[in-house]
Design a protein around this ligand. Structure first.
Ligand code: XMP
Length: 190
């Protein structure tokens, strides 16, 4: 999809707030997730910074998971192309493991639902889900994350791993994408 004219000058979540919340989330998980067979699976590409920061806090909380990644694709620009599919699978053996699935954002719920079913089918003992951001107003399939960083309203965001057409992942904060023509995240039911 062609890029529309847009600005990303509005910071929604600062680096400091991200750091504090990710630290808190890891501590929360350390209390509820005592396992000697813990596997963390990041859903790429958006989760890479969130996951990297979070597992360093895991270390501080004496949690020592195996870590792998999978790629699921369904978005072009801000537009969901429908049913997400696994385009690169993880290779770690999750049979009998306690898995934490980490994604950047929970939007329609399709990606996390599909990813969870995928991990369950591979024999995980338990699957918990963790997202940095949650946009509950956009849900199309019933799906709740076990751990979530921030609840946000219905606008498209970039930064801290999240992209618009492959760009802006490197921002240390979360910024709102403001489209010149007022067009927004209008793909919800597309
Ligand atoms: P679903 O709709 O399956 O979507 O819950 C999860 C995936 O949608 C992408 N997504 C976004 N990416 N800014 C982004 O950079 C957003 O505001 C946004 N909303 C949804 C993202 O890839 C996520 O994993």
């Amino acid at each position: 999809m062609e890029s529309l004219k847009y600005d990303i000058d509005e910071i929604v979540i600062t680096p400091r707030k991200l750091e504090r919340r990710v630290n808190d989330l890891a501590a929360e998980m350390a209390t509820g997730l005592q396992s000697d067979n813990l596997v963390v699976i990041g859903v790429l590409r958006g989760s890479f910074i969130f996951l990297a920061d979070m597992v360093r806090w895991f270390y501080m909380n004496d949690m020592h998971p195996r870590i792998d990644f999978m790629i699921m694709e369904s978005y072009a620009g801000t537009v969901s192309q429908g049913e997400p599919a696994v385009s690169r699978d993880f290779t770690v053996d999750v049979a009998g493991a306690d898995v934490v699935l980490v994604d950047d954002i929970l939007d329609t719920g399709r990606t996390l639902t599909k990813a969870t079913a995928h991990v369950v089918a591979k024999g995980a003992k338990t699957v918990r889900t963790c997202v940095l951001l949650d946009k509950p107003s956009r849900r199309l399939v019933p799906c709740e994350a076990d751990y979530k960083g921030f609840v946000i309203e219905d606008f498209f965001v970039v930064g801290y791993g999240l992209d618009y057409n492959g760009r802006h992942r490197e921002l240390p904060h979360i910024a709102k994408v403001r489209f010149a023509d007022g067009a927004q995240n209008d793909d919800a039911s597309a």
